[in-house]
Design a protein around this ligand. Structure first.
Ligand code: BV8
Length: 267
C-alpha cells in the first residue's frame, strides 16, 4: 500500500487515523456505514450533485418518489438510466480496496450502505447490506414483479426514457431503489440495526447524516457502546456521535488506515 507525499493526511488526521487503527485492531465486529461521499472519488456525483445537466432543475423529491414516477415515468426512468451509465463507467477507488483489505484485520466486517451503485460489491467486499436498494435491479411499480435488468432500456444520451411494461401485469417498470416516503427493505433494516447495536466500532464514511432512518445508525452504535469513527472532509450531523474524526476524503483516509494497521501488525 503506497501513499504519495501529496496524499499524506494532515497531522491531526494522521493522529486520528492512528487512534482509529488502535480501535479497529481490538474490535471483533466492525460496521462500515457509507453514503454518497464514498462514491464521489469514483466520479459518481453525490445525491444532491446528481441534479446536474438535464436534471438540474428538479429537486430530489421530484425524481426519487413514487408520485414523481407515476406523474413523469419517462423523466424519472431516464434519470436512473443516466445514473446507471455513470456507475457502469466508474471504477472503485483505493478507498474501496482498503475496505476489502480491512477484512483481513477484523474478524467480522460488514458494509451497510445508503448507496445504490453496487461499487462495494464490485470492489470485492464480502458482506454488503444495501439499505436503499440497487440501480441494478428492477420491478414493476404496482405488484413489484421482478424485471430482468438486461431487458431495461438504456439510452446512450441524457434523455427521458419510457419505462418498459411488466410482462405479468403491464404496469410500468421502476428501479428497485427505496424512494422518499417508502420504507426500507425489512431484512436489510433488521440486519443493519442489529449489527449497529452490537458492533465494537463503526466507521461512518461519506454521509451527511440528513436522510432518515439511515442517519440513526451511528447513534445506535454509540449508544450500544461502540467507538464511532467519522471519515468525511466536512463536519456533518453525524460528527456529534463520533469519538474519532478523520477529516479527509475516503480515497486517502481509508488506505492510510489500512497502512497503519499493516505497520502495526509488522511491529
Ligand atoms: C422512510 C435511493 C418511512 C434512491 C435514497 C424524519 C425526519 C425528517 C424526514 C424524515 C423522517 N423520516 C422520514 C423522513 C423522510 C425522508 C428523509 O429522511 N428526508 C430527508 C431528506 C430529510 N426519509 C424517507 O423518506 C425514507 N423512508 O422514512 O419511510 C416513512 C414513510 C413515510 C413517511 C414517514 C416515514 C427513505 C429514505 C431513502 C431515500 N432514497 N436513495 C436514489 O438514490 O435515487 S436517499 C439518497 O440520498 C442516498 O441513498 C442517501 O441516503 C441520501 C444522500 O445522503 P448521503 O449519502 O449522506 O449524501 P449527501 O450528498 O447528503 O452527503 C455526502 C457527504 O459526503 C457529505 O457529508 C460530504 O461532505 C461527504 N463527502 C464528499 N466527498 C467525500 C465525502 N466523504 C468522504 N470522502 C469524500 N471524497
Amino acid at each position: 500500500m503506497w501513499i504519495t507525499r501529496s496524499q499524506a493526511p494532515a497531522a491531526d488526521t494522521a493522529r486520528a487515523i492512528a487512534a482509529a487503527a488502535g480501535v479497529l485492531r481490538a474490535a471483533q465486529r466492525v460496521v462500515v456505514a457509507t453514503g454518497a461521499g464514498m462514491s464521489c472519488e469514483s466520479g459518481i456525483p453525490t445525491f444532491r450533485d446528481a441534479l446536474t445537466g438535464l436534471w438540474a432543475r428538479y429537486d430530489p423529491e421530484e425524481l426519487a418518489t413514487e408520485a414523481a414516477f407515476r406523474r413523469h415515468p419517462a423523466r424519472v426512468f431516464g434519470w436512473y438510466a443516466w445514473r446507471r451509465r455513470l456507475v457502469r463507467a466508474a471504477t472503485p477507488h483505493p478507498g474501496y480496496h482498503a475496505l476489502v483489505a480491512l477484512e483481513r484485520f477484523v474478524p467480522e466486517l460488514v458494509i451497510v450502505t445508503q448507496n445504490v451503485d453496487g461499487l462495494h460489491r464490485r470492489a470485492g467486499s464480502r458482506r454488503v447490506v444495501e439499505l436503499h436498494g440497487s440501480l441494478d435491479r428492477f420491478s414493476c411499480v404496482d405488484a413489484r414483479h421482478p424485471f430482468p435488468a438486461a431487458a431495461a432500456p438504456e439510452p446512450a444520451e441524457d434523455t427521458e426514457c419510457e419505462p418498459p411494461s411488466c410482462p405479468e401485469c403491464g404496469a410500468p417498470v421502476r428501479p428497485d431503489v427505496v424512494w422518499f416516503g417508502e420504507t426500507l427493505p425489512a431484512q436489510a433494516t433488521a440486519e443493519a440495526w442489529d449489527l449497529a447495536a452490537s458492533c465494537q466500532a463503526m466507521l461512518v464514511v461519506g454521509t451527511s447524516g440528513l436522510v432518515q432512518p439511515a442517519a440513526q445508525l451511528p447513534f445506535i452504535a454509540r449508544d450500544g457502546g461502540a467507538t464511532v469513527i467519522e471519515v468525511n472532509p466536512d463536519p456533518t450531523d453525524v460528527s456529534a456521535a463520533a469519538h474519532i474524526i478523520c477529516r479527509g476524503p475516503a480515497g486517502v483516509v481509508l488506505p492510510a488506515l489500512v497502512a497503519a494497521l499493516t505497520e502495526g501488525a509488522a511491529t
